[in-house]
Design a protein around this ligand. Sequence first.
Ligand SMILES: [Zn+2]
Length: 159
Amino acid sequence: MKTMWAPWRMEYILADKQQGCIFCDALSENDDLTLFKGNDTLVVMNKFPYINGHLLVAPVRHLSALGQLRKYEMGELLAAIERSVDILKRVMHPDGFNVGLNLGKVAGAGVEDHLHFHIVPRWFGDTNALTVFADVRVIPEHLQVTYSNLKPHFDTLTL
Ligand SMILES: [Zn+2]
C-alpha cells in the first residue's frame, strides 16, 4: 500500500475550523472555488485537495445522511458526478478516478453535516508526483489554474 504524501493537508488540520457550512456558503457567497450551482446539486473545488482536480459534489439541501436524499436528488447527484468525471477527463486527462463518500469522522469526513461526494482524479505514478506540490504556498495557485481550466466546461453543464 502506498502512502499519499499531502503535506498541505496540515493547513486544513491546523486551520481554525470555520463556523457554518462550506457548501451552504458556496451557494450564498461569491465563492471563487465553486464550479457549478444547479437547482439541486453543486460542484466545488476542494480547497484542501489530495491532488490537483479534487472536486466535491453535494446536494444543495443541507443534509447529512443518504436516507434524507429524495429520489430526484440521488439522480442529480450521480448525473453531476458523471459530468464532472467527463470534464476532468477532457481537461486533465487522468488515468483513473477515486469517487466516494466519507460517512462519519472515523471514515475521514471533514465536513460531516453536509453530505458530499469526493472525485479524485488519479494518474499513473501520481504518488511520486505529489511531492512536487509539497510547498503549501504553491497550492492556491494550482487551485486557481485548475479552476480556470475547469470553469468554462462547468459553465455549459446541464443535468
Ligand atoms: Zn450545508
